[in-house]
Ligand binder design. Structure first.
Ligand code: SF4
Length: 257
């Protein structure tokens, strides 16, 4: 006899936190979103402040959107519980959220689970995927249910990751089916050749895809990159692309999560 198919009440995910806040990065900056921060990542960026080897025993889940009344929920968290939470938020606070941000960690590590869940989740709000831009096969399996994609191109100078260029190229070719932008984290050590390589990858798909240069931003909003260097790196990228923006992590400036 075949095993019974999984239902959403059976499926759980390792989560770090769930909350409502203002998007601080990228092209959706300033919009109010529901954030689902998944545990686990396939990369180890030097500047990462999120990834731990083991999932926390408990996930922090906000009860009221934006009021920081967190409760601890044991990991892994049943997705049916999250669906119930969103349904309540949508009923109680209609219209305040623009979209749901799937963030991490790397959400695409959970692509099998997302493929089952996203068709239901997108009935509440549009889905925005924040991703490190590497797992292209996994993206292809869930892209039909996404509306926005913000993907990284990891520069060696800031991330410490090398040799991801081909993966980013393949990823962007698929992501371009949807509203996509590319983000590259920069600092004082970032060199022109890295910006050129990233810009060439984007331009090969579409010169109109926005590239965000994001200066490394400290916890209190400090930026260790001179204004002149920012302008110089932007000028390099503008030789290849039509839309290059410099945007720090603004949620830190605003005291948002
Ligand atoms: S991709 Fe993101 S979550 Fe993963 S190690 Fe890098 S900064 Fe951390």
């Amino acid at each position: 006899m075949l095993p019974a198919p999984l239902t959403m009440s059976d499926v759980s995910a390792p989560m770090i936190e769930i909350f409502s806040s203002i998007q601080g990065e990228g092209m959706l900056v300033g919009l109010r979103q529901v954030f689902l921060r998944f545990h686990g990542c396939n990369l180890r960026c030097l500047y990462c402040d999120t990834v731990t080897p083991e999932a926390p025993l408990q996930c922090q889940m906000e009860g009221t959107p934006g009021r920081r009344d967190f409760i601890a929920v044991a990991n892994p968290v049943p997705l049916s519980r999250l669906t119930t939470l969103f349904a309540g938020w949508q009923r109680g606070w209609p219209g305040i959220h623009h979209s749901i941000s799937l963030t991490g960690g790397e959400p695409l590590l959970l692509h099998e689970l997302l493929r089952e869940w996203l068709p239901l989740l997108k009935t509440y709000l549009p889905i925005y995927l924040e991703t490190n831009g590497v797992l292209h096969a996994e993206l292809a399996s869930v892209i039909a249910d996404l509306q926005h994609i913000g993907m990284d191109i990891k520069l060696p100078s800031t991330s410490g990751c090398t040799d991801l260029w081909a993966h980013h190229r393949q990823f962007l070719a698929i992501a371009a089916q949807k509203k996509v932008f590319v983000k590259a984290v920069i600092n004082a050590a970032t060199e022109d050749w890295e910006i050129i390589k990233a810009a060439e990858i984007v331009a090969a798909v579409d010169k109109d895809i926005p590239l965000i240069l994001q200066p490394v931003t400290g916890r209190t909003g400090t930026i260790d990159l001179s204004p002149i260097k920012m302008l110089e790196l932007q000028e390099v990228a503008c030789r290849y692309l039509n839309e290059v923006r410099v945007i720090p992590q603004t949620h830190k400036l605003m005291g948002q999560l």
